[in-house]
Design a protein around this ligand. Structure first.
Ligand code: ADP
Length: 588
């Protein structure tokens, strides 16, 4: 601000003056002089009380205040009282420069002093300068307020430092990004408040603040460790300079974490959807010739055949069925066209995920399948199967490194609100409490790059939530349980009546259901399998079941045991109580 600007006479609107002076003749003289100089004198008061009443009424721009006035309060105390209610420029009138009074007066931030006796020119200068200075200070305060409000509205984090790098201010977005800052009387260095690292995690050789101080302004890309986790940021650091002097640095930082994650998630889901489309294409191509093979095999099997030929054809038919199942499961990954929700029994998600992941779990663990009754739900079977497959694979990975006996439990039940709950439980080490939420973040993985991408649970949660459902975790150090809670559909699905092959002793329940029990003998089982039941259940102890499976290899595909023994590796055990018909419909 140039001195000329300061000395410019105040505008007419800023010339209202009140005089507080108890020497009547002097007050009159000042009033006359000021009026002649063009100021608008709104009144004279002789003591504190009268001054406060006058000032409240007249709202002057400036008060000429005698330090020594009559009454219980002197001029300085009167100004202190005044300051509680009004923002007005003060010029003190004093007969002598008593250092004590001046020091007290100084604390009330006056705009100037007039030493009595004074000349007309002194009066004019002091009052003019005081009013001009007050006008400028008001303007500065207004600009500062405008700037503060603007900064608080900006979405980018803004941080200012002094020339030594000590933080002088943070806007609201910076506090959101960095978390609440500790109150400290000591200045905190920017390095401590904003711990920037290079995007690869290495320390900056020359940090952005130093670079800005050297070159005026730098743009940077960085990684930021916050209490909420790592953030990817970009920013600009600019030195605040006046001439050659540097007063500090302003940093504007933008958090790109969500944007980058969304972009990567999008790329990933595009890749998944491309894979799905390809799988659907392959399935379509395979299905037609496969149907021909299966029809012809079943036609040939109805003819009289030598035992050898029959055995070969049964084997071929079994292989073809297996291909059909794989093809069917592959299509689960295809993006539905259009992505409509269908009414389904959600337990099907568990059985189909088990079949799809057989290669992953068979050498690691046995499976307990506990299919309690659940309501029908509205879902995209393809997308939700993808979720259960991911949960099963994660469970198997967790158990691979664990010293405890490996057992995977897939179960379903209806909760107290009537929702269907599907759970995948393992006997791995569980998820530490501190990671319960983080494991759902995209790219969070504790696995090696060859085994994990960290996308599985993030994508799973978004798929589940797009069904109006929830994906939750309960974990102890005895294992992790992931559950999908799906709201019940308005209408139930029609029941599919399956064909069941029960190998083992007959029970009343079977008789009631009209299911024939097949004795555990290779020939009888083979003959029964040739009729292609939807589901084969072995009600045998595991060793006996294994013996039978080794002499009837096609049983391998249907290895579901109904037994009280724990399932050996590679075997699914059906945990009672179960609904036989429902299970058969599911496995179909
Ligand atoms: P990825 O399997 O590629 O790592 P996910 O998003 O599926 O990605 O899983 C993220 C992380 O969650 C895993 O790296 C692992 O640390 C943890 N996690 C997931 N499932 C389990 C589980 N059943 N038991 C223990 N930790 C698990």
């Amino acid at each position: 601000m140039s001195p000329a600007a300061v000395l410019t006479p105040p505008p007419a609107a800023m010339r209202r003056v009140v005089i507080v002076e108890d020497e009547g003749i002097l007050a009159l003289d000042i009033e006359r002089q000021l009026s002649r100089l063009g100021f608008d004198v709104r009144g004279v008061a002789g003591d504190c009380e009268a001054a406060l009443v006058l000032i409240e009424r007249e709202k002057p721009d400036l008060v000429l205040m005698d330090i020594r006035i009559q009454g219980p309060l002197d001029g300085i105390e009167t100004v202190l009282k005044l300051r509680e209610r009004f923002d007005v420029a003060i010029v003190y009138l004093t007969a002598h420069s008593d250092p004590n009074s001046i020091e007290r007066a100084q604390q009330t931030l006056p705009m100037g002093y007039l030493l009595k006796p004074f000349k007309k020119a002194d009066l004019q200068n002091v009052v003019t300068i005081a009013l001009a200075r007050d006008g400028i200070e008001r303007q500065l305060r207004r600009r500062e307020e405008l700037l503060r409000t603007t900064l608080s509205c900006i979405g980018e984090a803004l941080i200012t430092t002094d020339e030594d790098g000590a933080v002088t201010s943070l806007n609201a977005a910076a506090t959101t990004l960095l978390g609440p800052q500790p109150r400290s009387s000591e200045p905190r260095h920017l390095r401590e408040v904003l711990p920037l690292k290079r995007p690869d995690g290495a320390t900056f050789g020359v940090d952005p603040v130093q670079a800005a101080q050297a070159s005026g302004r730098v743009d940077f890309e960085a990684r930021l460790d916050t209490p909420e986790g790592q953030r990817s940021v970009v920013g600009t650091a600019a030195a605040v300079r006046a001439g050659l002097a540097s007063y500090g640095v302003v940093l504007a930082v933008r958090d790109l974490t969500e944007l980058l994650l969304t972009r990567r998630q999008l790329e990933f889901s595009e890749r998944l959807s491309a894979m799905g489309t390809m799988a659907a294409g392959v399935a379509h191509e395979v299905n037609n010739p496969l149907a021909i093979v299966m029809t012809n095999l079943s036609f040939a099997l109805r003819e009289p055949l030598s035992d050898e030929l029959r055995e070969a054809l049964v084997e071929a038919s079994d292989g073809a069925q297996r291909v059909a199942r794989i093809v069917r499961d592959l299509t689960l990954f295809a993006k539905p066209q259009p992505e409509a929700l269908t009414a389904m029994d959600p337990r099907r998600l568990l059985t189909s995920a088990l079949a799809l992941t057989r290669g992953t779990w068979r050498s690691v663990c046995g499976v307990d399948l506990s299919l309690g009754p659940v309501p029908t739900v509205m879902a995209s079977p393809m997308r939700l199967s993808q979720v259960v497959v991911n949960l099963v694979i994660n469970a198997v990975h967790a158990m691979q490194g664990s010293s405890r006996a490996a057992l995977l439990t897939l179960s379903s039940h209806t909760n107290e609100r009537g929702d269907a709950v599907m759970s995948v439980l393992d006997t791995g080490p569980g998820v530490p409490a501190a990671l319960h939420e983080r494991i759902f973040e995209p790219f969070f993985t504790t696995k090696s790059t060859s085994q994990g991408t960290g996308l599985g649970l993030a994508v799973s949660r978004s798929i589940v939530e797009s069904h109006g459902a929830r994906l939750t975790l309960d974990s102890t150090d005895a294992g992790a349980r992931f559950s999908i809670t799906l709201p019940a559909a308005p209408r139930p699905t029609p029941t599919v009546v399956p064909t069941v092959c029960w190998i083992g002793p007959a029970t009343d329940e079977l008789r009631r259901l009209g299911v024939a029990a097949v004795p555990a003998e290779a020939d009888a089982v083979r003959a029964e399998l040739a009729a292609r039941p939807n589901v084969v259940l072995l009600a045998l102890p595991p060793d006996e079941a294994r013996r039978l499976a080794s002499s009837v290899p096609e049983l391998e595909d249907h290895f579901i045991l109904v037994t009280s023994h724990p399932p050996p590796r590679g075997v699914v055990r059906l945990v009672p109580p179960f609904d036989l018909m429902a299970l058969a419909a599911l496995v179909r």
